[in-house]
Design a protein around this ligand. Structure first.
Ligand SMILES: CC(C)(COP(=O)(O)OP(=O)(O)OC[C@H]1O[C@@H](n2cnc3c(N)ncnc32)[C@H](O)[C@@H]1OP(=O)(O)O)[C@@H](O)C(=O)NCCC(=O)NCCS
Length: 208
């Protein structure tokens, strides 16, 4: 389901993440995807690509279909926050709060009193434990599990299959490598990997 009442949605993006989101939304069957929005291209997965925002019906909601938080933020600022809608297709506790523009895809879980920030993305089979906080624009990869009361900052990238132990605090702009077990707090802007997690890089890594 989408938070705002709209005729249909466009997925912003033209890569693998955009196509994965199309599949997941179509599988859950709650929303009509009218196509994609991207600066170039005509068609993707049999659906049209809109290249100019002026050509998009104002009643059509936009949904972020890309992974990297900085790219997500650029597109929201460029296209306007108000044009974006939330997609709430996972299991979401009645007591959880989800900010506008967030995407919680099919087969993910947001537990009691958790909070998901604006334009964050919770990917399939991820579990956001009770009382967790997820910052705006943060991407939580597939099959990641965040223990209760853990707190992830804004614009973070949580790699697939990561585990974050309860009560851990992760700063803004942190990258958690795939398969990492985060046992202690992580300061902002670094990349951690391994079990237990260790600081791996100070610069923003490439492959995600
Ligand atoms: C951590 C990560 C961002 C690093 O990417 P990168 O900057 O291209 O780094 P490299 O692949 O050059 O690897 C650098 C080093 O880190 C190690 N490394 C990379 N990924 C790792 C991981 N997940 N866990 C442990 N070590 C890892 C490499 O083996 C390499 O070690 P070395 O220097 O001893 O040879 C990337 O490997 C990763 O885990 N991305 C997450 C992908 C993901 O989950 N995407 C979501 C898809 S939906």
């Amino acid at each position: 389901m989408a938070k705002k009442d709209m005729k249909s949605i466009l997925i912003v993006g033209n890569g693998g993440m955009a196509r994965a989101l199309l599949d997941l939304i179509q599988f859950s069957g709650n929303l009509n995807v009218a196509g994609f929005y991207w600066e170039s291209g005509e068609e993707l997965c049999g659906l049209p690509i809109f290249n100019r925002i002026d050509d998009v019906d104002p009643d059509t909601g936009l949904v972020l279909g890309m992974l990297i938080p900085t790219h997500r933020k650029q597109h929201v600022e460029q296209l306007g926050k108000d044009r974006f809608v939330s997609v709430l297709d996972g299991f979401i506790s009645q007591t959880a709060t989800i900010e506008d523009g967030a995407v919680v895809v099919h087969d993910s879980y947001v537990m009691s009193l958790a909070h998901v920030g604006a334009f964050a993305h919770i990917h399939t089979h991820a579990i956001i434990g009770h009382d967790c906080v997820i910052g705006e624009y943060t991407f939580v990869g597939p099959a990641s599990i965040l223990g209760g009361r853990s707190n992830v900052g804004s614009s973070c990238r949580i790699g697939m299959g990561s585990l974050v132990l309860p009560d851990v605090v992760i700063g803004d702009n942190v990258t958690v490598a795939a398969g990492t077990v985060v046992t202690k707090n992580v300061e902002q802007g670094i990349t951690v990997s391994g079990n237990p997690a260790r600081s791996a890089f100070r610069t923003v890594p490439g492959r995600f």
